[in-house]
Ligand binder design. Sequence first.
Ligand SMILES: Nc1nc2c(ncn2[C@@H]2O[C@H](COP(=O)(O)OP(=O)(O)OP(=O)(O)O)[C@@H](O)[C@H]2O)c(=O)[nH]1
Ligand SMILES: [Mg+2]
Length: 316
Amino acid sequence: MRPEVNARQRCAPSGAKVFGIAFSLLEGRGSNRTTALFDNLSEKLGGILDRLTGRGALTEKDVDAAMREVRRALLEADVSLDVVRSFIERVREQAIGATVVKSVTPGQMVVKIVHDELVNTLGADGQTIDLNAVPPVPIMMVGLQGSGKTTTTAKLARRLTQRDKRKVLMASLDVYRPAAMEQLAVLGRDLDISTLPIVAGQQPTQIAKRAMEAGKLGGYDVVLLDTAGRTTLDEEMMAEAAAIKAAANPHEVLLVADALTGQDAVNLARSFDQRVGLTGIVLTRVDGDGRGGAALSMRAVTGKPIKLIGTGEKTD
Ligand SMILES: Nc1nc2c(ncn2[C@@H]2O[C@H](COP(=O)(O)OP(=O)(O)OP(=O)(O)O)[C@@H](O)[C@H]2O)c(=O)[nH]1
Ligand SMILES: [Mg+2]
């Protein structure tokens, strides 16, 4: 091997570090919180690809062998099969191109290709909640039962109030679970954030309209609409979410999904996006030991950015 090659390879960041960076993009700009969610996967990918960078020449066979390992690592992390398949295809196409095999540091180039594709899949720009609309800006939460919609509503309200100095109104549109509205009211009192007064007997769309009226009259910057979840993806939930969306015309529709959701995440995200239309995804329980694949899959099938990451049961 030429000395020049060795020098370059010594200077290059290790695979694990490169993927740590790719995954930290998920957390968005300005976040200094680290998540264990992708540590496993980034370590594995790093390990696999570090072995490639250790050598000089690469054959097509070497690339194929590494891609098989990458494929296995992604599947083990619960990334859906379709997403893995197209990911590997795109990487392989670029990686066995003549420029890579003939380059001085082919291993490094493969690492770069995998990294860039991962960034493509995850969305590179760490997008955050968009408040760029005429106030009160409506933001709607959707998702399955227990996914963390109400907790996320409170966490987001707290951040918008304390960090961004916005005046926030929270409204519960959950007319099914008796304690749901009270749960949000309690959170509001704890955090000193307004909640829409409870009026018995109203339908979710009526509450949404009333929330927007109250938002206007009260001079609020943001109105957070917390909707009811169902245990399974059903037409009733989709129809209701679509009706609420039509009534409130939310600037953001965020799918709140548990990071521990495995393969179902893809269906969930696709259905909500097709039926209701999403602007972003919120991942909760990132503090758990989820394998992260759900996030990659949801991002990949909907093309919608992961806008928030939730950790912890409490709102602080
Ligand atoms: N560890 C952890 N727990 C969370 C997180 N988000 C929510 N939880 C907990 O999950 C449970 C359900 O959260 P909720 O916010 O009530 O979920 P929901 O989507 O509003 O549920 P429904 O209104 O019944 O559809 C609560 O006990 C929360 O404390 C999170 O990011 N991490
Ligand atoms: Mg709730």
